[in-house]
Design a protein around this ligand. Structure first.
Ligand code: SOE
Length: 398
């Protein structure tokens, strides 16, 4: 495995160092040790408000320096790329300022908490593009080799005209009603609940895999647990000890269910929940086309199921492709066939792809415009759920 430190440096400055910050750090630390990169990512500085905590994070995650104010981070001369890993309420402010300060930007998903913020970010990215700076959203699941390969098969026409897109993303970390009211359950911090957190991923994936935008959605959302204990300290995904017995309102959805259509007319269905007991990080996708079908399950992420409908009926059926061959996306640089990859590798691939795009001066995908499109779908889902056009089955009277 290569580690070409003679390539020109690309200084990275990251804001936030919790779950996503740790995952992105893994990407920045590893990308140049696995892939031959035209630029060498240097983990210049990490930023967080608490001086001691950010210093501990920097040591643990491998950052050379720390800042406690993101405004200072984005003006550092040794930072050319700002990686935004904060909760959604600060994405727009930091990303736009970083672009205006002349930096490239990687921003965690969902791009923003509102369509208006996402529009401002996409506008700032378009202006920055003219100055040669690039912006990308961190929809990391596009970089699961099996899903990148699925995209290739679909683009090559192996599924033919698409009829169905079926995607679910289920977790269960909110089943316990005593789980504290972390930032992910507060609208002003997170924008929405399972919808923005998990739904953003699967809307992006559906659009990425099919290559088509979603047009028209119809939705229902639910908040099953309306109040939760207030956390005693800022709670991460794993929560923090609740203090004092006080409770506060949950202001986002716990689950969302929606249907839609792709621009070519395929029917699409989506379900997201953080209340699906027993499901930890279960993202599953099935696409059915007139020439074949594909199925994927993130809990078995090295596999892709493929059905070729042209095969004789007596032997046709879903068969498992182990996506670990050097011919598969990203796999040429990793382990021998059969030695699978995991969740963290998607962040390595994300760093790799962004570095290549920056070196080539090419727009990386997904762009802020792609992130905005996802945000518009999420807003349409919320609007549909609010208007609640639900019809009750009525018994016919004799
Ligand atoms: C929490 O639900 C979460 O960490 C998401 O925020 C991530 O985007 C997803 O990859 C895993 O689950």
């Amino acid at each position: 495995m290569s580690h070409d430190t003679t390539a020109p440096a690309l200084g990275v400055g990251m804001v936030g160092y919790a779950f996503m910050g740790a995952a992105h750090s893994q990407g920045w630390r590893t990308a140049a040790r696995v892939f031959d990169l035209p630029l060498h990512p240097v983990m210049a500085a990490v930023c967080g408000r608490d001086e001691d905590k950010v210093a501990t994070a920097a040591r643990k995650l491998g950052w050379a320096a720390t800042e406690t104010d993101w405004r200072r981070l984005i003006t550092r001369d040794d930072v050319q790329l700002v990686d935004v890993c904060t909760p959604g309420d600060s994405h727009a402010e930091i990303a736009v300022a970083a672009l205006e300060a002349g930096k490239h930007v990687l921003c965690e998903k969902p791009l923003a908490n509102t369509v208006a913020e996402a529009e401002a970010m996409a506008d700032a990215a378009a202006r920055a593009r003219e100055r040669g700076q690039l912006a990308m959203v961190g929809f990391n699941y596009r970089r699961v080799p099996a899903l990148a390969y699925a995209r290739e098969l679909i683009a090559r026409g192996r599924l033919g005209a698409l009829r169905h897109v079926r995607v679910t993303y289920l977790q269960d970390w909110l089943v316990d009603p005593e789980f504290p009211l972390a930032w992910r359950m507060q609208r002003e911090k997170a924008g929405s609940g399972a919808l923005g957190d998990l739904g953003a991923h699967i809307v992006d994936l559906a659009q990425f895999l099919t290559g088509e935008p979603l047009v028209g959605v119809s939705a229902q959302t639910e908040t099953f647990v309306k109040e939760r204990p207030l956390p005693s300290a800022a709670a991460g995904l794993s929560g923090a000890a609740a203090g004092g017995g006080e409770r506060g309102p949950v202001t986002v959805d716990d689950a969302a269910l929606f249907t839609g259509r792709t621009s070519s007319g395929a029917l699409a269905s989506f379900e997201v929940s953080r209340m699906a007991s027993g499901r930890k990080n279960a993202l599953s996708v099935e696409l059915n086309g007139e020439a074949g079908s594909l199925a994927f399950d993130l809990e078995r992420l090295n596999e892709l199921e493929f059905h070729d409908h042209a095969e004789p009926a007596e032997t046709a059926g879903f068969r498992r492709i182990l996506v670990t061959e050097p011919e598969h996306p990203y796999l040429e640089a990793w382990w021998p066939p059969g030695h699978g990859l995991g969740y963290e590798h998607t962040f390595v691939h994300q760093a790799r792809d962004l570095v290549h795009a920056i070196a080539a001066g090419a727009q990386p995908a997904p762009s802020f415009a792609d992130g905005l499109q996802v945000q518009r779908v999420l807003a349409a889902v919320e609007e549909s759920a609010e208007k609640n056009a639900v019809f009750t089955p009525v018994a016919q009277s004799d």
